[in-house]
Design a protein around this ligand. Structure first.
Ligand code: ATP
Ligand code: MG
Length: 443
């Protein structure tokens, strides 16, 4: 977080302009938490007593977007100079509000504009309930957020059970914040989550998936998954993992044996499948969501993983990515015995790097020999893209020129020529045409 962070500068600027116009204005929520932790906030939210109309008038209709005007939320567009790569420093300005009763376990029936203190109390966790004045460098804390931030505790604001029943997604958010910030869950908050975990299913699949994604791509994904299991959320969201979760035991026995140097073997009992899965998750290096999900699902049949992805309403491309990784994970094991053509076809695939990563962490977690993975990694490193996936030497047009009718034989013939090319048996179009003639004559 540099002093001249343009996103932050703009978020300060928005506060200054609101205050200059006579309104109260404060940074609010997650950005205060991250700022106080010395981390760069993903985005800045401003809370104010300015009403949506005031905000639009002050910043101009064209520089603002009324995304949630009924909730009092207006987006103020960042300077265009930062529009590169979608990294525009938009700031959300929300009117201080309090929320009416929650009727469906997801959202409030109504909202009403109110005071900063009431706005703090409607928020989910104390660490997310603070305000900060970036001009006067002052924290406004009605909920004990600073103390919990210092102690590293995720604690619901008010009665945890009541807050979790208002919006059941907060259960998953509690786990995500505890994991990603490397905090502990406050005991009463954790107990409320454990008791109410089955109710997470009233939340839409999209919102659940979004939380899962954020947990799985984060460096602390292992802890996130462990906490979600401990809270009873994982078995509800992903019941297909139940058999795997049952291998977890209480997690203490293996460690005790290891410490005392159990007799025989290499001194410790084999890890449970669940322990191995956790280890795999931990070993991943900056995975995308599909790779992390495939790692969590690596023991499931690909079709079961597909059903999970569908239920979570993932994008088709993401679903196919996860399923492809699971489908292919065995194919790397005998890479050294595969023909160059077979290996090149596999490795030319857009998702092959993820496949190598998946098999690498699985091999490491199982304590198996890495040589098959290293072979593939070396092959990838030593094979330039144009050798991995060279332009074809012949096409369907050549088959038509040879007098063939388009049909199912086309594919077989072209693939045979392609194999010869990838295996390095032929290098020119003439050679390819000769192979084709041979194949046609032989048929
Ligand atoms: P991050 O953006 O890193 O997920 P965040 O705290 O900014 O963390 P947002 O979802 O962006 O989370 O929400 C901004 C703020 O709005 C939160 O800090 C919290 O104060 C409040 N908030 C968000 N979701 C909820 C919720 N489900 N219940 C209560 N308050 C919420
Ligand atoms: Mg946020």
């Amino acid at each position: 977080m540099s002093a001249s962070d343009p996103k932050r500068e703009f978020a300060i600027d928005v506060v200054r302009r609101l205050k200059d116009a006579g309104f109260q204005a404060l940074w609010a929520g997650g950005c205060v938490r991250d700022y106080l932790l010395g981390r760069e906030p993903e985005d800045y939210d401003v809370a104010s007593d300015a009403r949506p109309d005031d905000v639009r008038k002050l910043f101009g209709q064209r520089r603002t977007l009324a995304v949630g005007a009924s909730f009092g939320v207006i987006i103020v567009r960042g300077p265009r100079s930062q529009a590169r790569a979608g990294e525009r420093a938009d700031v959300e300005v929300a009117t201080f509000r309090t929320e009416g009763p929650y009727l469906d376990g997801r959202r409030p029936e109504s909202v009403a504009f109110s005071s900063p203190e009431e706005d703090a109390r409607r928020r989910d966790f104390t660490i997310n309930g603070m305000f900060y004045d970036p001009l006067e460098h002052r924290v406004l804390d009605f909920v004990g957020g600073e103390r919990d931030l210092g102690a590293g505790v995720v604690r619901a604001i008010g009665d945890p059970r009541a807050r979790m029943s208002e919006d059941k997604l907060r259960m998953l958010r509690a786990v995500r914040f505890a994991a990603t910030l490397a905090f502990e869950l406050d005991a009463a908050t954790a107990e409320a989550v454990r008791d109410m975990a089955p109710e997470i299913l009233v939340v839409s699949a999209e919102r659940i998936a979004q939380e899962l994604k954020r947990m799985l791509v984060h460096a602390n994904r292992r802890r996130a998954v462990e906490l979600a299991r401990g809270a009873g959320l994982l078995a509800i969201i992903l019941p297909e993992l139940q058999p795997l979760l049952e291998t977890a035991g209480d997690g203490t026995a293996p460690r005790m044996l290891r410490a005392s140097g159990a007799p025989g073997g290499h001194g410790h009992p084999p890890d449970s499948p669940w322990q191995r899965t956790l280890r795999m998750l931990e070993l991943l290096e900056q995975p995308g969501f599909a790779l992390a999900a495939a790692t969590l699902f690596h023991d499931l049949p690909p079709e079961t993983a597909r059903a999970i992805c569908r239920r979570l309403r993932l994008a088709n491309d993401e679903t196919e990515h996860v399923v492809w990784l699971l489908d292919q994970q065995r194919n790397l094991d005998d890479a050294r015995r595969a023909t160059p053509a077979k290996l090149k076809r596999l490795l030319a695939h857009a998702w092959s790097r993820d496949l190598v990563s998946l098999v690498r962490v699985e091999t490491l977690a199982a304590g198996r020999d890495l040589s098959a993975v290293s072979f593939v990694e070396d092959f990838l490193r030593d094979t330039p893209p144009e050798a991995l996936n060279p332009p074809p030497l012949v096409t369907g047009n050549d088959l038509i020129a040879a007098g063939l009718q388009p049909g199912s034989r086309f594919k077989t013939l072209l693939e045979a020529v392609r194999d010869a090319q990838l295996n390095g048996e032929i290098h020119t179009r003439d050679e390819a045409l000769r192979v084709l003639e041979g194949l046609l004559r032989g048929a």
